[in-house]
Design a protein around this ligand. Structure first.
Ligand SMILES: Cc1ncc(COP(=O)(O)O)c(C=O)c1O
Length: 412
């Protein structure tokens, strides 16, 4: 038969699905030795969504014509609630019709935005470039690849406080042989997956100034903006920065703050031309989201129940984080207080020095102890030597992780 295109041939199945499959394959033998898999790989909260979400879902099913096609943009009552939320949470003013568009989850939105932006080619030299964080969300580079583009990973590390100076990044990129005229966008992701790192408002200003000067788009992935542990140091939106709307779009998700991962709901907002171009592409691809799900999203967004849910969830994530941090300290990891993530449920740690690669460590942890984590190199070359753990399981299971590691000799 005829072959599939070069882009698709060049990628593997998404790393999280591969890890899940491998854990399922090993499950019978792990269960037999009392080491049933404990899933700490996926970045997905396990708690149920707010009750209010379910109540709204059920009630909405009775609305006449709720079963019919929506539009890819989203129903106007959802877009209005999103505009209200952006104003309330960040002080950002948006035109609900021109500057907001609904998404079937932010992953879909990011992938289709990249698709709208990149001119595809298989000619390596002609490929357009998007700068991505390294380590960063594993999907970015794959999305770019499947659209016939090239990603350039900029390094996030402790030395640059996870906020690298973009002028230095640009110089390094040019020195590595990349053509600066091919760069179309910069992806930023704060709070960060996999690092849990936040950035300052000053840093966002630096990003906006830099991208305005270079005339490249900012793609800000704010999936974790409501998952933070300090009420007086909340993550910011890039759109709070003056002039950001000239160059920026930002992606938001209902998945993490409300545990609505399976609902598949999010939004893009920001520059009207970019949202418009993205919308034209989307109008040929999908016909929007089941209106019942949009209703649930619209209702929770500015509700008291939503606020309370986020607060409680974050208290829980902080508690889980500290179970893991204290446990790993007992296991010999040297984790300084200032290195404990201030946001997200991710914990990013070095592998013990006796292991040569991240994968060697994570495979050993899985096959011996049934603990499922992600090797750091899955998030980019700069992630080698580390692993990511999502502190999402229940407290007892997290303690079980530490107990198993002690019993099975996983000391640093
Ligand atoms: C950084 C980041 N962006 C986007 C997503 C996609 O989330 P969703 O498609 O559920 O909105 C994820 C999911 O893990 C993520 O970690």
């Amino acid at each position: 038969m005829k072959e599939f295109n070069e882009y698709v041939k060049s990628i593997d199945t998404y790393i999280m699905f591969r890890i899940k499959q491998e854990a399922a394959r090993l499950a019978p033998q792990l269960e037999a030795k009392g080491r049933a898999p404990i899933a700490l790989a996926m970045g997905a909260p396990v708690a149920s969504p707010p009750k209010y979400v379910y109540d709204t879902l059920i009630e909405s099913l009775n609305i006449p014509q709720i079963h019919t096609y929506s539009s890819p943009k989203g129903e106007s009552w959802l877009l209005d609630e999103i505009a209200k939320r952006m104003k309330k949470r960040f002080g950002v003013e948006l035109d609900a019709q021109k500057e907001i568009f609904s998404l079937i989850g932010s992953k879909e939105g990011l992938a289709n935005f990249v698709r709208a932006l990149i001119n595809p080619t298989t000619d390596e030299k002609a490929k357009e470039i998007i700068l991505v964080p390294d380590p960063g969300y594993a999907s970015y580079s794959q999305m770019i690849k499947t659209c016939g583009g090239l990603s350039y990973g900029y390094k996030l590390n402790k030395e640059n406080n996870y906020m690298p100076d973009m002028n230095s990044v640009w110089q390094e990129m040019k020195l590595s042989g990349y053509d600066e005229t091919k760069v179309k966008a910069l992806i930023i992701n704060y709070p960060s997956n996999p690092l849990g790192a936040m950035c300052t408002k000053d840093y966002l200003k630096h990003i906006v100034d830099f991208c305005r000067e270079k005339q490249i788009w900012i793609i800000s992935d704010a999936a974790y903006c409501d998952m933070y542990f300090d009420e007086i140091d909340k993550p910011h939106s890039v759109l709070e920065i003056e002039g950001a709307k000239d160059v920026a779009v930002e992606f938001f998700s209902f998945s993490k703050p409300y545990s609505m991962t399976g609902f598949r709901l999010g939004w893009i907002c920001g520059n009207a031309d970019a949202v418009g171009a993205f919308g034209r592409l989307k109008s040929t691809i999908d016909t929007g989201i089941f209106k019942v799900i949009q209703k649930a999203g619209a209702e929770i967004l500015n509700s008291r129940d939503g606020e309370d849910y986020i607060k409680n969830a974050n208290t829980g994530f902080k508690r889980k984080q500290m179970i893991i941090i204290n446990g790993f300290r007992e296991l010999g990891w040297n984790i300084k207080n200032e290195d404990i993530p201030k946001a997200t449920f991710y914990i990013w740690l070095p592998i013990p020095p006796r292991y040569k690669t991240s994968e060697e460590f994570t495979n050993d942890l899985l096959t011996k102890s049934g603990i499922v984590v992600v090797p750091g190199n899955g998030f980019g070359n700069n992630g080698e030597g580390y692993f990511r753990l999502s502190a999402v399981a229940d407290d007892k299971q997290l303690q079980e992780v530490i107990d198993r590691m002690k019993k099975d000799g996983f000391y640093f």
